[in-house]
Design a protein around this ligand. Structure first.
Ligand code: GLN
Length: 537
């Protein structure tokens, strides 16, 4: 069987959930025993989203192999439970970078280098790359942006060419659109969908399936109308109705027959029904919580939900594992001060201080750490959040009032968080942090070890600064324990306060590996402790 390719494009509006549709289809095919992966092609010129502000593009997701990627790759991993890699996220920037580098090397000597064929050839090469490994039966490619954007055109042209080059049964095109409900008329409107498909067809790409995002069920009439005017087979127009959880979407897509359409069209040999029992078990717990907790997520990118996507998802997973509803209260660290601290955090069952960069909102994060430490509230600090545990402890317990991270105060007498040695010579910003999976060895006599139940773990990183080892003995003597270290370099990965009911900070990002079927252990324990804290309050 040839490797099969499914392309998912979107129209009418952004944020319709193309990533979730792609991930749901992948999940359904995987649950039938097929080997599936997903890749995201983004039309922006940044080589990767690592240099983008979370306000612009949401969280930057990091893979085991150290790629800084679009947050949709997080969804892919959470749905499929398989690891993504550098090859799974390609941007216009990467494509041009490759072509221009080749041009400088003389690869096109004598030729005019053009969008067609050079850029589109490079796009096609990358679209087919993972298929060449022989590791996958189906590759699903999500194309970022919306049809009609000038910058998506080379991607659509590449799909058009592939549609022309490949046997019909090896390639499918799915187009996701919005069917808005006009409330005043109480009517669902299909015109934007028709226009979007027209635009896709103008680019030469013919959709095989149209998925309509809607808040109300689409009648058979509406489906027929869309099929007729968009020139797809009747029955190949399906709905994606607003769902209470994104993990419900694979079930909804199965009910709409999406997987069957793909399997039939592509003549895929696989199990007659998908086995989604593990995901179903997760949903059963998610939908029927027996308790609830309130936790604070303290950060500075709180206006945009997507900025902390993986943390929010990890709470969903850990909540279900505890059969507990987790109410996440986002707290803007910039506005947290002595006067509103009690009022904001006093009723919380747990406090998580988020990752981040730069000075803004830092003092608020330190206050939140102090509150949790002094009041025995379950605490979890991630990356910058862990670094602020260290700073807070240095200031309040060790008495170093000007202690700080060198990231924001280069002149401090006590840089308890300092630039990593190998970062000192780095001036280039893109892709130069400490990125990806590294091992961490846990002290057997620690909270971290009790949580993970093993001595060596591997978690993902994205940072430039680290715990300054020259202070280690002082911290240990005063009651902050470095319970996890990199086995090769000794770099401190985890700090905890053994005298506190639950206080842990991790230099790595545990949220990047949590999935509904394998919730991240620190998050699970944190919610368990939050439940205890609430019951004791
Ligand atoms: N700004 C900090 C550093 O670079 C923390 C990064 C983060 O939270 N991801 O080390």
């Amino acid at each position: 069987m040839n490797t099969k390719y499914v392309f998912v494009t979107g129209g009418v509006a952004s944020s319709l959930g193309k990533g979730i549709i792609a991930a749901s289809l992948a999940k359904l095919l995987q649950a039938r025993g097929l080997r599936v992966t997903i890749q995201k092609f983004d039309p922006y010129i940044n080589v990767d989203p690592g240099t983008l502000n979370p306000y612009e593009h949401g969280e930057c997701y990091v893979t085991d192999d150290g790629a800084e990627t679009d947050l949709d790759l997080g969804h892919y991993e959470r749905f499929l439970g398989v690891h993504m890699s550098k090859a799974n996220n390609v941007t216009t920037g990467k494509i041009y970078h490759t072509v221009i580098t080749k041009e400088r090397e003389g690869a096109y000597l004598g030729k005019t280098v053009q969008i067609i064929p050079h850029i589109t050839d490079e796009i096609k090469r990358r679209m087919l790359l993972l298929g060449k490994t022989g590791n996958f039966d189906v590759i699903i490619t999500e194309v970022g942006g919306t049809v009609g954007d000038m910058e998506s055109q080379p991607f659509l042209e590449a799909i058009r060419q592939l549609q022309w080059e490949m046997p019909e049964e090896d390639l499918m095109s799915i187009h996701l659109t919005l069917v808005p409900l006009l409330r005043a008329a109480n009517e669902l409107k299909t015109k934007p969908t028709q226009h979007s498909v027209q635009m896709l067809q103008q680019a030469g790409v013919h959709p095989d399936i149209i998925v309509c995002r809607t808040e109300k069920n689409l009648s058979a009439d509406i489906r027929r109308k869309v099929a007729l005017f968009c020139n797809v087979k009747p029955g190949y127009v399906i709905q994606s109705i607003d769902a209470p959880s994104i993990y419900q979407v694979p079930f909804n897509m199965h009910a709409e027959g999406l997987d069957n359409m793909v399997i039939e069209h592509m003549k895929l040999e696989c199990r007659p029904e998908p086995d989604l029992s593990a995901l179903q078990a997760f949903l059963d717990k998610l939908y029927h919580p027996k308790s609830e907790v309130d936790v604070a997520l303290v950060g500075k990118y709180v206006e945009l939900q997507d900025a902390y996507k993986s943390i929010l998802e990890s709470f969903v997973h850990a909540g279900a594992a505890n059969e507990c509803k987790v109410n996440v209260h986002t707290v803007h660290s910039e506005y947290l001060d002595e006067n509103n601290l009690e009022e904001t955090l006093g009723h919380m069952d747990g406090i998580l201080v988020a990752p981040g960069f730069g000075e803004r909102g830092l003092e608020g994060k330190i206050l939140a750490v102090r509150y949790a430490r002094e009041h025995g509230v379950p605490f979890f600090g991630i990356c910058l959040g862990m670094q602020m545990c260290v700073v807070e402890f240095a200031r309040d317990v060790l008495g170093y009032k000007d202690a700080c991270s060198a990231e924001v105060n280069m002149l401090t007498q006590h840089p308890v968080i300092d630039l990593m040695a190998d970062q000192k010579s780095t001036t280039i910003k893109g892709g130069t942090m400490r990125l990806g999976a590294y091992e961490c060895k846990l002290d057997k006599n620690s909270l971290a070890y009790r949580i993970y139940g093993k001595e060596v773990i591997s978690e993902r990183h994205r940072h430039r600064y680290e715990f300054n080892g020259s202070y280690l003995e002082e911290f240990e003597a005063a009651g902050m324990h470095a319970s996890g270290k990199n086995p090769d370099t000794g770099l401190v990965e985890i700090v905890e306060i053994p005298s506190h009911p639950f206080f842990i900070g991790t230099q790595f990002h545990p949220e990047l590996k949590s999935t509904p079927e394998n919730p991240q252990p620190i998050f699970v324990s944190f919610i368990e402790e939050a439940k205890k804290h609430r019951n004791n309050a």
